[in-house]
Design a protein around this ligand. Structure first.
Ligand SMILES: [Zn+2]
Ligand SMILES: [Zn+2]
Length: 303
């Protein structure tokens, strides 16, 4: 478990230029979304968050403030703030075998091989080609899956909130030239203090990359009925959405592709699937929106 440094050691995110205009950490972005069940509770021992899917649920999409509220969970001494957060944002989407995001890449399975000497001589070996694929605890796409509830340990939630806090604090230290001195945050992540700023930056990139990799965040083609295709980052779970918000908070830049020039830019509002989005370049923006409307008009007139 990661250790939390004293709160007064924290660098304000706005001082590091990591917040949006609304003062929130974590930028909005377009994503297919994930399911939130209609009922969430903590078990009697206060160790598990239990998600009950019996009465269905609704789709949630990332919003600004989501990451900041998640990080604030590190200060909670009771389970209530976890339950409130999970009611509003759903499960992280952890696999029951490893407490990793269920999209994580296959891990080698340890196979028990009984040698020629019988069970006493048995040894444990990783058998090549044998991997474990984890699945979401509840498959809401298949109504016949039978499962109607799943649980996630609050200790895992707390651990991820600590990690996210340490990552944004290290980014804040690097952005404000507080250098590599933020040793307590490196320590919280189980890393020694880096020898120079360059090494600190590379290590931080690796930590953010780990979240993105585990949640399987990659560009995706999204082409809904009755609208044009869009490239999104494909966050399909709360963990994935938090990973993208960590990326954009640390980078101090959002992510969207312009429908006119195709360049990546940092949007102020979340772009929506199926709607055209334009970067703020003078030739794009409202000008491109107007050009597209004229084209559509001419096309309709010809048809
Ligand atoms: Zn797993
Ligand atoms: Zn553009």
């Amino acid at each position: 478990m990661t250790r939390t440094p004293a709160r007064d050691a924290a660098i304000p995110y706005d001082l590091a230029g990591m917040t949006m205009e609304d003062g929130q950490l974590g930028r909005p972005f377009d994503a297919p979304g994930w399911m939130v069940p209609s009922s969430v509770a903590a078990d009697s021992g206060g160790e598990l968050l239990t998600f009950n899917w019996k009465d269905g649920g609704h789709i949630r999409q990332p919003k600004s403030g989501m990451l900041e509220r998640f990080i604030r969970l590190v200060d909670s001494r009771t389970v209530d703030p976890f339950v409130r957060y999970a009611r509003s944002w759903g499960p992280l989407g952890l696999c029951s075998a490893h407490d990793l995001p269920y999209q994580h890449h296959p891990l080698p399975r340890v196979a028990r091989l009984v040698g020629a000497g019988g069970p006493q001589a048995a040894e444990y070996r990783v058998e090549p080609g044998l991997f474990v694929m984890c699945e979401p605890a509840v498959d809401w796409d298949r109504s016949d899956s039978g499962a109607s509830r799943n649980s996630e340990p609050i200790s895992a939630w707390r651990g991820y909130a600590h990690q996210a806090q340490a990552i944004v604090q290290l980014a804040a230290a690097l952005h404000t030239d507080s250098g590599v001195g933020a040793s307590e945050w490196w320590e919280a992540l189980g890393h020694p203090n880096p020898s120079d700023v360059g090494q600190g930056r590379r290590r931080l990139a690796g930590l953010v990359g780990r979240w993105l990799h585990d949640a399987d965040i990659a560009p995706q083609l999204n082409w809904p009925a009755h609208s044009g295709p869009m490239v999104t980052l494909g966050a399909m779970s709360l963990f994935g959405a938090l990973a993208v918000q960590l990326l954009t908070a640390v980078a101090r830049s959002g992510w969207a592709l312009c429908s006119s020039c195709g360049a990546a830019y940092s949007p102020i509002r979340a772009p929506r699937i199926g709607q055209r989005n334009y970067c703020p370049k003078p030739t794009c923006g409202t000008k491109a929106r107007h050009r597209f409307a004229q084209q559509q008009k001419r096309r309709r007139a010809r048809a």
